[in-house]
Design a protein around this ligand. Structure first.
Ligand code: NAD
Length: 496
């Protein structure tokens, strides 16, 4: 684990002007312009990133295509790719302290969480796909004796990776690692408010031995660089995590350009359901508070709708409020903080807008909901809990992506299922019960990519992640993710 002295040294490191990373070298954006990097810790600019545009995306895609066609990565032996990616994972681990502090200065995640969830998780993901890739076999089809049907797996080509700011390294690695392991080449468009760690990741990839052009990064605005990548005629696929509206745009770009495939991991409004027979209500309350409020609620799988059975409602709410008010919001670079900063002033305003609207619509604010630590100049918010939330309210329907929890009460299992499935989303969920049959019925009944039972938010690289309904399609993580980055090609050989 990182220690406070190291953090305090690294937080002072000058970052300066960061440039694009194309064909293995740093490059200015063709426009010559840059964007400020504002830290949500204190509201101050501490670096700049290049404001990449369509011309830069063109350069990055051309460099990626060139190396893809040359085959020195795409057609190399999987064992070679494994060696390079294993070295890459080691370098990410070696630079974990640096990457963590850089990322926290950029997006405000509390450092203990960032350390595990960002570099360490990314390194683990890269290692997992490195180790997997030389164990993926082709197939021989069960045809008649006079033919041989061979099924090969081939990389797609140039994959565009577009990710959000909440966990850019972790989520980025979920796409970058299987794509590279399968022999693809990539152009990454980091989130404009948290680009620094992905730029550093590309440098470490080069140091590990990725050939020039295999891993390119074009920073800049989503509506400019992201759009150019989505519309590019020579990009074969886009792997995206982010909001629903941008996901829709990417599908549209694909239809308007070359029908590139698009994989979407979008938002959620995940139900966390506590039955009266939950084994340990106190423990359930502590985990539930963490399940919505860690990283200031900026977690796609956050349990943002809490459904509590009526007979234990008051008892559970007491425990929940106790657990929530114990969480210390503060400087994300202080190991003593449980929750860091909201990622930007704009996101904080958006969160506060949800609080105002929830109160206007008749929900009751139980705790929190206000901007705090204003004197720091940063973006901090006290975790908010609303009760008396009904299905029609904005808070029950729309993703906040901030520390705002809406609580509803239910009487029966049927009512819990109806409420749980009553949004357009289907990403995550949880059920707390001591009854195995209830748990199994709920796992089947809830329409979501994951149903946690007697916990919230546990995960592992071996387990797929993704949503149903408007939470997107395609799965990150596990061996299944390799399917997204490969095509099946068949050879039909007449044996005579
Ligand atoms: P966002 O959709 O605004 O941005 C995501 C990325 O898309 C950024 O890199 C951005 O620059 C880019 N982008 C923006 N406009 C674009 C355009 N017109 N064309 C192409 N790219 C464009 O999302 P955000 O605010 O960064 O992140 C929050 C959202 O991400 C939430 O909805 C959250 O639920 C979702 N999310 C989902 C998961 C998951 O695994 N399902 C994980 C984390 C976050």
């Amino acid at each position: 684990m990182i220690n406070q002295d190291t953090i305090d040294t690294l937080r002072k490191v000058e970052v300066g002007a960061r440039r694009l990373f194309i064909d293995g070298v740093h490059a200015d954006a063709q426009s010559g312009t840059s964007l400020p990097v504002i830290s949500p810790i204190d509201g101050r600019s501490f670096a700049t990133i290049a404001d990449g545009g369509a011309a830069d995306v063109d350069r990055a895609v051309a460099s990626a295509r060139k190396i893809f066609e040359r085959g020195s990565w795409s057609r190399s032996a999987p064992a070679f790719r494994k060696t390079v990616l294993t070295k890459f994972a080691e370098l990410v681990e070696k630079h974990a302290d640096e990457l963590t502090v850089l990322g926290v200065r950029d997006n405000g995640t509390e450092i203990a969480l960032a350390y595990k969830a960002e570099p360490l998780s990314a390194a683990g993901t890269i290692r997992y796909y490195a180790e997997a890739i030389d164990k993926v076999y082709g197939e021989i089809a069960p045809t008649a004796d006079n033919v041989l049907g061979l099924i090969h797996r081939e990389p797609l080509g140039v994959v565009g990776v577009i990710v959000p700011w909440n966990f850019p390294l972790m989520i980025g690695a979920w796409k970058i690692a299987p794509a590279l392991a399968a022999g693809n080449v990539i152009v990454v468009k980091p989130p404009e408010i948290a680009s620094l760690t992905l730029l550093r990741l590309a440098e470490l990839g080069a140091e590990a031995g990725l050939p020039d052009g295999v891993f390119n990064v074009v920073t800049g605005r989503g509506s400019v660089a992201g759009e150019a990548l989505g519309l590019h005629m020579d990009v074969d696929a886009i792997a995206f995590t982010g909001s629903g509206p941008v996901g829709r745009l990417l599908l549209e770009y694909s239809a308007r350009s070359n029908l590139k495939r698009v994989f979407l991991e979008l938002g959620g409004k995940s139900p966390n359901i506590v039955f009266a027979d939950a084994v340990d209500l106190k423990q359930a309350a502590v985990v539930s508070a963490n399940g919505i409020f860690r990283n200031s609620g900026q977690v796609c799988v956050a349990g943002s709708r809490l459904l509590v059975q009526a007979s234990i409602y008051d008892r559970f709410m007491d425990e929940l409020v106790k657990a929530t008010t114990k969480l210390k919001v503060g400087d994300p670079l202080d190991l003593a903080s449980d929750i860091g900063a909201v990622s930007s002033a704009e996101q904080l305003d958006k969160n506060l807008g949800f609080v105002t609207r929830a109160a206007e619509e008749g929900a009751r604010l139980v705790t929190g909901g206000e901007r705090i630590l204003i004197e720091t100049g940063g973006s901090y918010m006290a975790p908010a809990i609303f009760e008396n939330v009904t299905g029609e309210m904005q808070l029950a329907r729309e993703e906040v992506f901030g520390p705002v929890l809406g609580v509803m009460r239910f009487e029966t299992e049927e009512e819990a299922v109806r409420l749980a499935n009553s949004t357009v989303y289907g990403l995550a969920s949880a059920v707390w019960t001591a009854n195995l049959s209830t748990a199994h019925r709920m796992v089947r009944a809830i329409n979501a990519g994951v149903v946690h039972v007697n916990t919230y938010g546990g995960a592992d690289i071996t387990v797929p992640l993704g949503g149903v309904k408007q939470s997107g399609f395609g799965r990150d993580k596990s061996l299944h993710a390799i399917d997204k980055y490969t095509d099946l090609k068949t050879a039909w050989i007449a044996l005579g």
